[in-house]
Design a protein around this ligand. Sequence first.
Ligand code: ATP
Length: 238
Amino acid sequence: MLRIKNLKCYYGRIMAIKGVSLSVRKGELISLIGANGAGKSTLLEAICGLLPGWKGEILFEDEPLAGLDPPSVVRRGISLVPEGRLIFPPLSVTDNLKLGAYTLYRRKRHKDVAADLEMIRDMFPILRERANQPAGTLSGGEQQMLAIGRALMARPRLLALDEPSMGLAPLMVEQILETLLTLRQQGLTILLVEQNAQAALKIADRGYVLETGKVVLQGPASELLTDSEVKRAYLGRD
Ligand code: ATP
């Protein structure tokens, strides 16, 4: 579904991604792990049209994404849940969700949008309970649910998430990752970027380890979880 070949990303003359190749097949949940500054966010930004001037190839459903702006990428079928959530605090929870359907995607069929809103509220009942409350009054975990819900409102075929566990309590992390598993079981393809390697690999089919802009390890998530190098560097145990 997504194929990245020899991707190179630059900030000025600094190369932040140094020739990365990776693939995500339809229906897979792929975790991309790596330390702070490894280039995980940069890679997602390149996919989503947020980073000009990258080199290499990014194909989504066999079509190149080069040169597309973020709304075009969303319309192609990729939604991003950005790092730090980036919800709109003064707007109500429901208006934040609707932004996902109308601002980037410009969906026309209001009945379908209403049905999706209900589906997302069933998935995250707190978003129904707090429907009219300013989004900024939600807890961090609730805001993360809102950010995921907003991304789903564009009906993506590929959902990309940038560190959804960041700053959340362990129980909330578990709940968010459970939701991702459910979405995958429903057939959604997911690319999950995480520093929380243990949690991300536990729910993934396959994983990639990124280090200073390069893929240093890849394979089935179960194998990475027991790999001695991954354990030493990312899981904090021998
Ligand atoms: P984090 O978990 O901290 O977000 P990351 O793995 O997502 O880390 P990136 O944010 O993609 O890493 O950063 C990759 C490299 O690019 C880092 O060395 C970073 O300092 C650099 N970088 C990121 N954004 C910029 C920018 N706007 N200008 C210059 N350098 C940048």
